[in-house]
Design a protein around this ligand. Structure first.
Ligand code: EZ4
Ligand code: CO
Length: 402
């Protein structure tokens, strides 16, 4: 069997997605998500110009060898663009392998370790009253875990607060919009939010919160301590994670569990965090951390150190990534939670898929392969629109992490 063609499909059914489709001489095809929010065309060009020409004629069964070829062969290792491109190829090859074997990919990864994949939804709203209604809506839908984000009084916009129930996308303008941040205003507000949510819903509901890289380690330590009475399942991205040892300080001060990893590309980005047990959940994904093959490597290291998975699953990761993530989630021993934000009906139509939600759990498709595809005719009706993620400044104008 040989790879005879591959194409990159860019589509914007409400937001931009990049998809790689690999075609073999037997007519079997595989898909991989290649979406890097706000930087989509860089990955599309990387694939078209540098990867696809080298794929033609290769044996699609050689997944690991192809991964090594693309990783070592780039010479310039790692980074989000390279690793997203490698992820797309790897994911598409697992899809092909599953179809050839006649098995859903989770069976090739060792089979089920659980009955379903526990997901968390996003309850977000400007005010606490509104967010309580949103949390209740998720509980009614059967969710067992909910991420809670609200506006911060005194700040015009806050990360993590969607526009309406189904539209979250923060990449909203061709040139990045600017947000303003105040750690003091945030600290004055957020513990009270969780006091009210925990009081309203009792101890049975898993509650999560994303800090979105806004704090220093000692500030994160203080936040974690102040949230301890509300027993969060995790505090996400408390600090920018380039400095892995920065987490030691947070760890010394608080028992609030820590989750990190949505911007990581490889095991090298989280090796110390995992080996020193500085985190509780590693949130790397199929699409941004080198595909199913490399994500498994990260999760295997994590399993040795009591760290569980908590993969990123925002709506800028396409249904192709979500389908692939579920096969991994189902088959690893150290699964924690899977983020699931739900795509819009337009996106679901472009990416027909067999995974489904029931009573707080997602279940992968039982079809051979990943159980997801792209409707290329429909995709062509939604041309690419430039959209960048926001940038962030402190109230005095200093640039800050968004
Ligand atoms: O802001 O995926 O946990 N989820 C997040 C996301 C990120 C977006 C960036 O593209 O932090 O919503
Ligand atoms: Co996040």
């Amino acid at each position: 069997m040989k790879i005879v063609d591959a194409r990159v499909i860019v589509t914007c059914p409400g937001r931009n997605f990049v998809t790689l489709k690999i075609i073999t001489d037997d007519g079997v095809t595989g898909v991989g998500d290649a979406t890097l929010n706000g930087r989509e065309l860089s990955v599309a060009a990387y694939l078209t110009e540098h990867v696809i020409p080298a794929l033609i004629g290769r044996d699609p069964a050689r997944i690991e060898d192809t991964w090594q070829y693309l990783y070592k062969g780039a010479y310039w290792r790692r980074g989000p663009v390279t690793m997203t491109a490698i992820a797309a190829v790897d994911t598409a090859l697992w899809d092909i392998k599953g179809k050839v074997a006649g098995l859903p990919v989770y069976q090739l990864l060792g089979g089920r370790c659980r009955d379903g994949v526990t997901v968390y939804g996003h309850a977000s709203a400007e005010t606490v009253d509104e967010v309580l209604t949103e949390v209740a809506r998720y509980v009614d839908l059967g969710y067992k875990a909910v991420r809670v984000q609200t506006g911060v009084p005194g700040l015009a916009t806050t990360y993590g607060v969607g526009r309406g129930q189904m539209y979250y996308e923060p990449a909203d303008a061709a040139i990045a919009s600017e947000a303003v941040w105040s750690t003091d205003r945030y600290f004055a507000h957020v513990p009270g939010v969780f006091a009210q949510v925990r009081d309203a819903f009792g101890p049975g509901l898993k509650l999560l919160h994303d800090v979105h890289h806004r704090l220093t380690p000692i500030e994160a330590a203080r936040l974690g301590k102040s949230l301890e009475p509300y027993a969060l399942t995790w505090m996400e991205d408390p600090v920018p994670a380039e400095l892995q040892e920065g987490f030691r300080l947070i760890r010394q001060h608080t028992t609030t569990p820590i989750a990190v990893g949505e911007v990581f590309n490889t095991v090298w980005d989280c090796r110390e965090l995992i080996q020193e047990q500085l985190i509780d959940y590693i949130r790397t994904t199929v699409v941004h951390a080198g595909g199913i093959s490399h994500l498994r490597r990260i999760f295997d290291l994590a399993a040795l150190h009591h760290v569980r998975s908590g993969s990123h699953g925002a709506t800028d990761l396409s249904p192709v990534c979500m389908a692939a993530a579920l096969h991994v989630d189902l088959s690893i021993p150290n699964f924690g939670l899977q983020e699931y934000m739900r795509h819009t009906p337009e996106t679901d139509a472009v990416f027909p898929h067999g995974y489904h939600f029931a009573d707080g759990y997602l279940h992968p498709s039982e079809e051979p392969g990943l159980g997801v595809d792209i409707d290329e005719e429909l995709a062509a009706r939604y041309p690419y629109r430039p959209a960048a993620l926001p940038v962030n400044r402190l109230e005095d104008g200093t640039m800050h992490s968004w």
